[in-house]
Design a binder for this molecule. Sequence first.
Ligand code: AMP
Length: 192
Amino acid sequence: MKNIVLFGAPGCGKGTQAQRLRDHYGIDHVSTGEVIREHIRRGTELGRSMETCIAQGKLVPDEVVIGMIGDYVVTHKEGAGCIFDGFPRTTVQAEAFDGMLTGHGLKVDVMIDIQVPEEELVRRILLRGKESGRTDDASEEVVRGRLEVYRAQTAVVSDFYAAQGKYAVVDGMGTMEEVFERIVAVIDGLKK
Ligand code: AMP
């Protein structure tokens, strides 16, 4: 099972690239943001408890996402691998993730950080908000708040993987195709 963590600030293109990588490598794709939005759409109790966090652009509690990913790992541990998109987003999540994978004889192979300058991120997210109707993409204030959350809580997660020699940076500017090729070059360069 090849496990790839796709990393980067909101708007860097993680979701789009994750879907293409899923098709290219025939492995799974899990987006914690999508799982949470699905809970909200279905009106589950968990969904209702997370609605305010999402709307305000804050992270949902670690134990909630750790539980979601824990369930996923248990049911997919025999699979070919997965692109984790939007998880882990805190060091607590990264440590818990390592623990659960190790418990099943699995590991993260690489974290790929897609880097895009901040003003471009804001531009892309506001554009996406117009098309997708995602409420947390619609207001510049919430978008800038999410980027601040990323800087304050999430960016450090890269240190966790860098310390294990599993961290790669990819330039997220250019066409979707160009960025895709850069990511594929990193994954294909991994030792089997
Ligand atoms: P995304 O679709 O990845 O941009 O995530 C949208 C929102 O879902 C985030 O702003 C958070 O509120 C929540 N979320 C997604 N993944 C996580 C995570 N790993 N930890 C905490 N909150 C998350």
